[in-house]
Design a protein around this ligand. Structure first.
Ligand SMILES: [Zn+2]
Ligand SMILES: [Zn+2]
Length: 178
């Protein structure tokens, strides 16, 4: 996903980039596929640096961490970054805090924003995505998807290691919140 800064003559400039999903694989647990990806940018120039405020819009196919079925989700996330050369980046290393930088290769004004867009997608996915908040997951014994039906397995709600503790007073409030 390449941002060509030569095409802008006046600033702030606006640009919408669409990625070829096949070329932008996101290697992150739970992400099976990126189906659609768009980056909307507002670009401001300060000196030789380009300040970009972006919004990533993606449609991704995820695997539910509980029931393992595939589901599709639309994600939106903001991503702000500065495009500059390696020399510029190193010259104000001291002042660099939480800013994200995309470095230009050599002297041409082409910035590869793939990594920063990937990051934004990953942050929006989060860890252990679920197909829906109340997904019931799979039966640990027979593997049936409990969203689609119920089985006859007797699944102990209490971990056997805690069995002896369940009658102790004071544990009533320890129920997991959901
Ligand atoms: Zn699920
Ligand atoms: Zn079962």
């Amino acid at each position: 996903m390449i941002l060509d800064l030569r095409e802008f003559e006046t600033f702030p400039a606006h640009k919408s980039l669409e990625a070829d999903p096949a070329s932008l694989a996101v290697d992150f647990e739970g992400v099976r596929r990126v189906d659609k990806l768009q980056l909307d940018l507002t670009i401001q120039k300060a000196g030789e640096e380009h300040y970009c405020q972006g919004q990533v819009k993606a449609v991704v196919s995820l695997e539910c961490s509980r029931c393992l079925t595939e589901f599709s989700r639309e994600l939106v996330n903001d991503t702000d970054f500065i495009v500059c050369t390696k020399e510029q980046y190193e010259s104000h290393q001291e002042a660099i805090d939480s800013e994200d930088y995309v470095l230009l290769k050599g002297s041409d004004l082409m910035a590869d924003v793939s990594d920063i867009v990937r990051q934004a997608v990953i942050l929006a996915v989060g860890i252990m995505p679920v197909c829906r908040k109340d997904c019931r997951g799979l039966c640990p014994q027979c593997g049936l998807n409990l969203n689609e039906g119920s089985c006859d397995c007797k699944n102990e709600k209490i971990d056997p290691r805690w069995e002896g503790l369940k009658d102790l007073p004071g544990l009533e409030q320890e129920k997991p919140r959901e």
